[in-house]
Ligand binder design. Sequence first.
Ligand SMILES: Nc1nc2c(ncn2[C@@H]2O[C@H](COP(=O)(O)OP(=O)(O)OP(=O)(O)O)[C@@H](O)[C@H]2O)c(=O)[nH]1
Ligand SMILES: [Mg+2]
Length: 457
Amino acid sequence: MLFWKKSEEEKRAEKGDKSAILSLIEKGKREKAIEILERFKDNEELRGLLFRLYMEEGKYYYAYQLIEHYDPNLASAKEKALIYERVGELQKSAQEYAKLGDWESLKKAGLLLWQAKRHQEAMELLERALKLVPAIRRQEVEEPIRKIKEELGLVQRESLLERLRKGLKKTKEAVEFGIIFAGRKIDEELFEELEEKLIRADVGSKTALYIVEELRKEAIRKNLKTSDQLTEFFKKLILDQISRCEATLKEPHDGQTVYLFLGVNGSGKTTTIGKLAYRFVREGKRVLLVAGDTFRSAAIEQLDVWAQRSGADIVKKHEGADPASVVYEAMRKGTEEAYHVIMIDTAGRLHTKEPLIRELRKIRDVIKRFLPQEPTETLLVLDATIGQNSIQQAKVFKEAVEVTGIVLTKLDGSAKGGAILPICRELSLPVKLIGVGEGLEDLQPFDAKAFVDELLS
Ligand SMILES: Nc1nc2c(ncn2[C@@H]2O[C@H](COP(=O)(O)OP(=O)(O)OP(=O)(O)O)[C@@H](O)[C@H]2O)c(=O)[nH]1
Ligand SMILES: [Mg+2]
């Protein structure tokens, strides 16, 4: 009886009976409903229904065909903005966002036009957004404006080196190598002072002693009189310690590239993901952020803000959700919708060591179930302000999963930049990125030579 009723209903639906089609949808037979509705695109009412289904199912390209070839009035400005964006019609999308008029839509429109290389129009929209944006979110609009001005040559671009210089300011002020090596007499006092400064910069006492000993020997060997004659040798000693840790981030490859981020609370994982997302989106990649840190709702919200700032998409669940299930959903979406880059944020509560290790392994296994070769990078994020103390933390993460590199954050806020020496030696992991500030562009590759040159300039 039931079976008969069902097929009767389907028969009516097949003939374009709206209530029968609605009933199919209600029963979850959405694909069937879509298949039927596609034969009735000329019927205004059914076309509207088909459009709704396309939108709900995320079939933007089909929705796009409907509004382009049948009826532009099917979609609201907001829907059109989304559809055009998804099919890569950046200018059209921007036009629709601009119509909405609120600051976030204006910003979005500006970013899209910028991506479409229409700098002047992008600036105009962003300037409009700037007039409406609440004070605490102002930076989100100011940053792209500054960037566009840089690209247009209207303002001087801040170089990597300048940012690194700012980033190492605190460590430099604490050690003042410049003064020590400014032609002072070579004597015991000099070596003692140098050793103390090296320790203050957190290079570790053993390394400090080793470096000073080597300098002493060199001074005797070459009968040197003033400290400036030791500068190059000192640089070389430091460089010897850190150059083997220099490595660059593996860039996104064809297909989906997954980056997994580990690290204790507050080390800078979410911020680093945000900065990288910003870079990848600017390079034209589709980026998916994954809120795998479900421990605090604030952590999820923070990643959400970064997704908006950078123009990436996000997969998130409620606070307390199983992180591996968030990752599962993200991997499904990421592979089905062919995102280029998937970046996974995780929680790092060290006081629960065993559960933490289990959780991280579970996340890794979920990734591998979808993409056996991934993650391309598993990055351990360490906070430079706690210097050498981060080494112990790092070991727990290394025990959990295979770490491919370190991101050393907050160098700008730290006088312990020297900790990079013991970090490099004891963890035997390459340093792939360094964080030198809170801005979108304050993340850079680790260039050992530039690092040492800056520290000693
Ligand atoms: N000055 C400076 N601050 C940074 C840098 N990287 C991160 N921060 C700041 O450090 C704080 C913590 O960063 P998050 O990205 O929230 O750290 P997290 O690892 O995600 O922390 P939880 O989500 O609490 O586990 C934030 O206030 C960031 O703005 C950096 O390179 N320089
Ligand atoms: Mg976080």
